[in-house]
Design a binder for this molecule. Structure first.
Ligand SMILES: Cc1cc2nc3c(=O)[nH]c(=O)nc-3n(C[C@H](O)[C@H](O)[C@H](O)COP(=O)(O)OP(=O)(O)OC[C@H]3O[C@@H](n4cnc5c(N)ncnc54)[C@H](O)[C@@H]3O)c2cc1C
Length: 386
C-alpha cells in the first residue's frame, strides 16, 4: 500500500521510459536536455540493466568491409551511408557527454579478418572507400596483410586483413555506469527491479503497471505519465505484437590472462558475426571473443540467456586454431555470458509512435555503442513533438 507521500511525489511523471539500456537512458537524457523542468522516470526490470547494453563487447564501430557490403546489398548505398553517418554522430555524442577517459575510449583501430569465404570482398574495397569518402574524407579501409603474421594469426586461415583507423573500443561497464550517473545528474529518476507488465492509455495520459516483490508477496504499483517510451529492445513484443523485432542471443567469453598476445584493436570476422579484442587490466591481457549466432539462427533467435554448448565449442576452437595458434595452450576460458540483442529485418532503426501516447525507440542492431545516443535523441524528439 502506498503512503500519501509516495502517491504525491513518486507516481506521476511527465515521461516514463521503459527499459534502462543505452537507448532508454539516452532518451531520458535528451528529454531532460530539451525540457529540463519535466519529470522523467526510467523503469528497468533487472537489478542491473539486463538486455544487451551491459553485456556487449565494447566495440565502438561503424561496420566492417563485409558487413557494409552486406548492408548495401540489403538497403542500397544511400541508406547504408545514412546509417554509417548516424553511427559516427552517435559515438561522438556519447564521447562528448561522458568523456573518453571515463568510458575508456581508445581509437586503436579496427580490423577484419577475411577468411576464404570472404576474400572476394577485397575486389570491392576501393569502390566502398570512394563511397565513404564523403564521410571520412580519406580511405576508410586499408589492406594490412603484413599484420597477419605480426599479430600471430593463422596464415593458413586468414587470407587478408583489412584495417580501419576510425574504429575504437570502450569499457562497457564504465560507460553504462557513467551514462546512468549522467542521467541522474540531469534529474532523471531510475528504478531497477521494476518490470513493466502492462501499459494502459487513459484520456489524459498512460499508466504502467509494475509488479514487485515485497516481503514474500507480489505487489502492483501503477505509475502514470503523459507519455511513454518503449526502449525494451528484444523484449518489446510483450507490449506490441505486430512489430519487426527479432531477438538474437550473443554468446561471449573472456579468457584467463595470457602472456605474449601480439594484437591490439577490435577485430571482426564474417560480416560481424564474430568479434574479438584484447582486454587489458592489472591482472594481464585477456581475449574477449563472441559471436556465432549464424551457426544456429533458429535456436539463437531467443530471449533466453542460456549458453549454447555447440557455439561455445566452436568459438573456443576458432580462438585456438585461427587467432592464437602459437599460444593455444594458454587459451583457457575464465568466464562466459550471453546478452540479448534485437534486430529488425533490414537492420535499420525503428523510431515511431505506436499509439497516441507511446513511442518506440529501437534498432541498434548490434551497434548500440555507436547508435544508441542518436536513437535515444530521435525517440525523445518524437515524444516531445507528438
Ligand atoms: C554479446 C553482445 C555483444 C555486443 N557487442 C557490441 C559491440 O561490441 N558494440 C556495439 O556497439 N554493440 C554491441 N552489442 C549490441 C549493443 O549492446 C546493443 O545494440 C545495445 O545495447 C542495445 O541497447 P538498447 O537500449 O536498445 O537495449 P538493451 O540494452 O537490451 O536494453 C533494454 C532494456 O529493457 C529492459 N526491459 C525489457 N523488458 C522490460 C520490462 N518489461 N520492464 C522494464 N524493463 C524492461 C531490459 O532489462 C534491458 O535492460 C552487443 C550485444 C551483445 C548481446
Amino acid at each position: 500500500m502506498l503512503s500519501f507521500w509516495e502517491r504525491e511525489s513518486s507516481i506521476r511523471y511527465d515521461y516514463i521510459i521503459i527499459g534502462g539500456g543505452i537507448i532508454g537512458l539516452s532518451t531520458a537524457i535528451t528529454l531532460k536536455e530539451r525540457e529540463p523542468n519535466s519529470s522523467v522516470l526510467v523503469l528497468e526490470r533487472g537489478l542491473l540493466p539486463s538486455g544487451a547494453s551491459t553485456k556487449n563487447a565494447g566495440f565502438a564501430c561503424f561496420g566492417s568491409l563485409t558487413e557494409l557490403l552486406a548492408d548495401i546489398r540489403t538497403n542500397g548505398e544511400h541508406t547504408t551511408l545514412t546509417i554509417v553517418e548516424q553511427r559516427i554522430r552517435g559515438l561522438a555524442m556519447l564521447r562528448q557527454r561522458l568523456g573518453d577517459q571515463t568510458i575508456g575510449y581508445e581509437q586503436i583501430g579496427g580490423y577484419e579478418l577475411l577468411l576464404e569465404k570472404h576474400v572476394d570482398a577485397l575486389a570491392e574495397l576501393e569502390s566502398l572507400n570512394l563511397l565513404l569518402r564523403g564521410i571520412f574524407k580519406t580511405d576508410a579501409f586499408h589492406v594490412k596483410n603484413d599484420k597477419i603474421a605480426a599479430f600471430g594469426f593463422s596464415e593458413a586461415h586468414v587470407r587478408a586483413l583489412v584495417y580501419s583507423p576510425f574504429e575504437g573500443q570502450i569499457h562497457t561497464g564504465n560507460m553504462m555506469q557513467a551514462l546512468l550517473h549522467y542521467a541522474l545528474g540531469k534529474g532523471v529518476m531510475y528504478l531497477t527491479g521494476a518490470e513493466a507488465r502492462h501499459i494502459e492509455e487513459t484520456n489524459t495520459g498512460a499508466e504502467v503497471s509494475i509488479e514487485h516483490n515485497r516481503l514474500h508477496s507480489t505487489k502492483q504499483v501503477i505509475f502514470e505519465a503523459r507519455k511513454i517510451a518503449l526502449c525494451t529492445n528484444a523484449f518489446t513484443n510483450r507490449f506490441i505484437h505486430d512489430i519487426d523485432i527479432q531477438p538474437g542471443r550473443g554468446q561471449v567469453f573472456i579468457t584467463r590472462p595470457m602472456e605474449g598476445l601480439r594484437f591490439n584493436g577490435i577485430f571482426h570476422v564474417d560480416e560481424g558475426y564474430y568479434y574479438f579484442r584484447r582486454v587489458s587490466s592489472l591482472e594481464g591481457d585477456r581475449i574477449l571473443f563472441g559471436g556465432g549466432r549464424n551457426l544456429s539462427p533458429e535456436t539463437e533467435a531467443t530471449t533466453d540467456f542460456g549458453l549454447s554448448y555447440s557455439i561455445q565449442q566452436y568459438l573456443e576452437e576458432f580462438l585456438r586454431t585461427i587467432i592464437v595458434p602459437d599460444l593455444h595452450a594458454q587459451a583457457k576460458v575464465e568466464k562466459r555470458w550471453t546478452g540479448i540483442m534485437g534486430f529488425s529485418t533490414n537492420k535499420l532503426p525503428i523510431v515511431k509512435k505506436t499509439s497516441e501516447r507511446v513511442v518506440l525507440g529501437f534498432g541498434c542492431n548490434g551497434m548500440g555503442i555507436a547508435l544508441g545516443s542518436v536513437i535515444g535523441e530521435r525517440t525523445a524528439q518524437m515524444l516531445l513533438e507528438s
